[in-house]
Design a protein around this ligand. Structure first.
Ligand code: AGP
Length: 607
């Protein structure tokens, strides 16, 4: 949602902070700012726009050895310089950056104004700095601890005071905060991408923890001043994984990484001797797995569509009733927790607040919730009852691509595991494993034809509306394709079940509204062909993602993308790649900011 960072140590803090903000920019990029200690006071520089706009405002010779920074995704208050963080108190000596939402900020603002505090911004976050100022005498940590209990909502905050040069105080409640431990230098940040260039030693803070960092060390306590012992963990990602490595955009890099990221998601988890899968971290006994009578999956966005594929697989393979539900809906629906029901929370970032708080609600009511996450040490990964990391590597582009195929990889493995404990035979299990292990090679073949998809995108990128149609296990893929197109090209797109088009959406069909159909060579192919003909009869343009060698369809539609053949249930892997590429190339054709589309952020940590 927002990126926050703090640094103290021997390096030029301004440079370290700005570099860190560049790596955090994918979390939000409406505006940015820094507050650094300089000659006994704080130098605060803020700017609407991106980090490059902020950087242009920073004097080349601005020296400092400590400071904080922020890159914003606006929630309260328009995008402008004043609403950018850091926010400072009335003296200008105290600065705070915040990630999250303060829900009771109006009442706090009124109270503080009545006590003489002057506010400048429209943000909720500004109340934090004035609240700390209210309690500050000569101890920043103490003032923070007196202020925090009055805040309702979520926060990850980092703050500095000119009277305590070199000291940085951080606190976490509902928004992520990780500490980096360097040689005579310390970092605080929203996630490890901001610190990985300096250190691989990390400490993940939990809700309710406060940390004070100085160049020579750190102290973690809780709100009641009790010491909290923290484990130092090794960051597993490499720096080059968060670089573009010659690609114009992270999105292109991450689409092309998918043969490798799918291999990483399944590697070490297939047991050929038993023709099954092993998923460490589920924290479920064999008996627990046998007793599962139902699976419910909560997620948001692309992860929700991956969850829909997962639910379909669980019903098709181990024949277990399963459903994917929007986390934001489950949280406030007073969910019914059924016995012998296993829940999954699926999330790339592990920080999506809709999913995090829906999981907390389910757990509060006694449910067992496992996480399927990408970011190690993320809030959902840490709060869940166990789970599976998808190992897709850092996904920096706002539009999720490799996480989707890695998430469904985990559902294929889990479906195999449960099915082999039920009715799937050894030879069926062996065939399943062969199909799964062939997928990366087939994805490579599709990637090899990406320039054909680029040409097709040029032809259609200027349309204003699209329909994406799929059936069965590919219906969620149609939904995902529509989301990809709209979120990075800003073209309106809707996903539907193919059969559903005749129940209304077909009214939208005209020569300027293309329909993109997913046409696997499965039992429903004939019916999908009928749906295509219904569209063609109304002069609609049709693009078909079909199986190589499907000669009949070439005479019916306007454009085709041929994908390799695979077993019916495995088509989601292959159908989604052309849709990712189509969205990417349409966005390029339209000159969009592909990695950081307008109004979006990589991890939505507000409701
Ligand atoms: C996907 O391209 C979007 N960026 C968005 O829908 C995303 O999938 C959603 O916000 C969920 O994020 P998560 O997987 O990190 O929970």
């Amino acid at each position: 949602m927002c990126g926050i960072i703090g640094y103290c140590g021997p390096k030029n803090a301004t440079k370290v902070i700005v570099q860190g903000l560049r790596r955090l920019e994918y979390r939000g990029y409406d505006s940015a700012g820094i507050a650094v200690g300089s000659n006994g006071s704080l130098k605060v520089i803020k700017s609407k726009g991106k980090i490059k706009d902020l950087h242009n405002k920073i004097p080349e010779d601005l020296e400092s050895t400590y400071g904080i920074g922020h890159t914003r995704w606006a929630t309260h208050g328009v995008v402008n310089d004043i609403n950018a963080h850091p926010h400072v108190d009335c003296t200008g000596d105290l600065a705070v950056v915040h990630n999250g939402i303060i829900e009771n900020f109006e009442s706090l603002k009124n109270m503080l104004k009545a006590e003489g505090h002057t506010f400048h911004s429209e943000t909720d976050s500004e109340v934090i700095v004035h609240l700390i100022e209210k309690y500050f005498k000569d101890d920043l940590e103490k003032a923070v601890k007196e202020a925090l209990p009055l805040l309702k909502g979520t926060f990850g905050i980092v703050c500095v005071h000119a009277k305590e040069p070199g000291t940085i105080v951080g606190a976490r409640n509902g928004s992520p905060l990780v500490m980096g431990i360097g040689l005579d230098e310390m970092f605080l940040a929203s996630d490890v991408t901001a610190i990985i260039a300096h250190t691989k030693q990390a400490v993940y803070l939990e809700d309710g923890e406060i940390v004070v960092i100085k160049p020579d060390g750190f102290v973690t306590t809780d709100i009641d001043d009790r010491q909290v012992t923290k484990e130092i963990e090794q960051i597993t990602w490499e720096l080059q994984e968060i670089e573009k490595n010659g690609h114009p955009f992270f999105m292109e890099k991450e689409i092309i990484e998918q043969p490798e990221s799918i291999r990483r998601a399944i590697s070490g988890r297939i047991d050929k001797d038993q023709a099954t899968a092993h998923l460490g971290g589920l924290n479920l006994s064999t008996k627990d797995l046998t007793n599962i009578e139902r699976v419910k999956i909560i997620a948001a966005g692309t992860s929700y569509y991956a969850s829909m594929v997962g639910a379909y697989l669980l019903e098709a393979i181990p024949r277990i009733p399963a459903i994917a539900e929007l986390a934001s809906e489950v949280r406030y629906r007073n969910p019914i927790i059924e016995k012998n029901t296993l829940y999954f929370a699926v999330t790339q970032s592990g920080e999506t607040v809709d999913t995090l708080y829906a999981m907390k609600e389910l757990k509060r009511k006694g449910a067992t919730v496992l996480g399927i996450c990408n970011v190690v040490g993320s809030s959902i990964a840490r709060d869940s009852d166990g789970g599976v990391y998808i190992h897709s590597g850092p996904e920096i582009a706002v539009a999720s691509t490799k996480a989707f195929t890695s998430q469904i990889s985990v559902f294929y493995l889990f479906s195999l595991l449960l099915a082999r404990m039920r009715d799937l035979s050894f030879s069926e299990g062996e065939k399943f494993i062969q199909d799964l292990q062939s997928i990366p090679f087939k994805v490579e073949k599709i990637l090899d034809m990406r320039l054909k998809i680029k040409e097709m995108a040029k032809k259609y990128a200027h349309c204003s509306d699209f329909l994406f149609l799929g059936r069965g296990v590919n219906y969620p893929v149609a939904l995902e394709g529509a989301l990809k197109l709209k979120e990075i090209s800003y073209i309106h797109a809707e996903g539907y079940s193919s059969a559903e088009i005749k129940h209304g959406p077909i009214a939208l069909i005209n020569e300027d509204t293309p329909s993109l159909f997913l046409v696997p060579d499965d039992d429903l192919r004939g019916k999908i062909i009928s749906n295509i003909k219904e569209v063609k009869a109304r002069k609609g343009k049709v693009i078909a993602i079909c199986v190589e060698g499907d000669e009949e369809i070439k005479d019916i539609v306007d454009d085709i993308v041929e994908i390799p053949k695979t077993t019916e249930l495995f088509y989601p892997f292959l159908m989604v790649i052309p849709l990712q590429l189509f969205a990417y190339y349409c966005a390029l054709e339209l000159g969009r900011d592909v990695d950081q589309p307008r109004n979006l952020a990589k991890s939505v940590t507000v409701e």
